[in-house]
Design a protein around this ligand. Structure first.
Ligand code: ATP
Ligand code: MG
Length: 365
């Protein structure tokens, strides 16, 4: 049986606590289901800086490049506020994204039935919600040149950012969107602002051409990104996969995140291009939340975002679709049973710590 190579980068704060619960799942899947996971561990973020003065070492970078998938916890914390900018904890994650060329960021917004009642929106709006926002991660206005502040004299300055997208960048992200849609409800909504942006005109055109050339079985719609934000809050269940650029994706995925309630619930995946020979892609999976220094070390962190990120890893890196479904059902089931970490607590529920939540999910799997 093929081995499946995982690099674990737990990081700082609650990262290691959440990762410990994923390790239990990996051990169980190896022991009971002969899953063949081979794990290595590395350092990233503040702990890496403490160990060797870099936010990620070249050796760990090499391990990330060689792994089938990377599981990433979280980085940072007040302890490292004063470290030089180039070696700040977040630089480790940015280096991973850049060198692994992770251009496709997947952010699912799923509302577990047991949590619909405590959402900030009406239960009927979010109940059964299962959408996926696909954000382009390596291009657009965050990286385009020129990018500068010019002194115009007379006390006036000019800040400049440039939105740049080339055809190939839009083709590859829309390809991922259509492929993902085929494994879901087969619908893609592309969001841009072609009414005011040239890059938006090109975006819309290239998405439409990619659709026509290779994916005409998938239903494609286009929406202006501002209207999209409004629709996302009004009736999110109209969407399946939303594909959009780096900036709009940053905002829309945060909006979508709030539809589901807690930060402690949200997984993400970042994927690279498929290898020409093997078809496999580089991939990194991480919870949306950060290192939560305020609760680190107390055993109260919610491990579900990290565990759900591992479920995405099973689905997208190893094509273990049944196993991913089963793990997501195990999460839903412990919530149905009324187990809640502190961040999810509401009246009548049973409060549990990180370890007990992890154990309950392992037991349900
Ligand atoms: P970063 O800049 O790394 O994203 P942040 O300060 O923006 O960090 P988080 O570290 O995610 O955000 O923390 C925001 C708040 O949410 C904190 O109060 C934290 O305790 C809480 N929080 C985040 N993740 C979890 C979790 N898994 N379980 C419980 N509470 C969490
Ligand atoms: Mg944050």
């Amino acid at each position: 049986m093929a081995t499946r190579k995982l690099l674990l980068l737990p990081g700082d704060g609650i990262g290691p606590e959440a990762m410990a619960e994923v390790k239990k799942l990996i051990d169980m899947m190896n022991a009971d289901f002969n899953a063949g996971f081979e794990t290595e561990e590395g350092l990233v973020g503040g702990c890496a800086y403490d160990a060797h003065g870099q936010s990620i070492s070249d050796a760990d970078m090499d391990k990330a490049m060689a792994a089938d998938a990377v599981l990433f916890g979280a980085v940072g914390g007040p302890k490292w506020d004063g470290v030089p900018y180039e070696v700040r904890p977040e630089a480790g994650l940015l280096r991973l994204r850049k060198e692994m060329e992770l251009f496709a960021n997947l952010r699912p917004a799923i509302c577990y039935p047991a949590l619909a009642a405590t959402s900030s929106l009406k239960p009927e709006v979010v109940e059964g919600l299962d959408i996926l926002i696909l954000r382009e991660l390596t291009g657009g206005v965050y990286f385009g040149e020129p990018k500068e502040i010019i002194d115009l004299g007379n006390g006036q300055k000019r800040g400049i950012d440039t939105q740049v997208y080339d055809t190939y960048e839009i083709e590859r992200i829309s390809g991922v969107a259509f492929e993902l849609a085929r494994t879901r409800s087969n619908r893609v909504c592309s969001m841009e602002k072609h009414n005011v942006m040239k890059s938006g005109v090109l975006w819309k055109e290239v998405v439409a051409n990619t659709h026509k050339a290779k994916y005409s079985d998938v239903e494609l719609t286009h929406m202006l990104a501002d209207a999209g934000g409004m629709q996302l809050v009004r009736w999110p269940k109209q969407f399946d996969v939303i594909v959009t650029d780096n900036l709009f994706g940053d905002m829309l995925s945060d909006v979508a995140a709030m539809l589901t309630g807690s930060l402690g619930m949200l997984p993400s995946a970042s994927l690279g291009a498929p290898d020409e020979k093997t078809g496999s892609r580089k991939a990194l999976y991480e919870p949306v939340h950060g290192s939560a220094p305020d609760i680190a070390g107390q055993g109260i962190a919610n491990p579900i975002a990290m565990i759900a990120s591992f479920a995405m890893c099973l689905r997208y890196s190893f094509n273990m679709v049944e196993e991913a479904d089963r793990l997501e059902k195990a999460i839903a089931s412990v919530l149905d049973d009324g187990l809640r970490t502190k961040d999810l607590m509401s009246e009548g529920m049973t409060e549990v710590g990180t370890t007990a939540m992890g154990d309950a999910i392992v037991a349900k799997y």
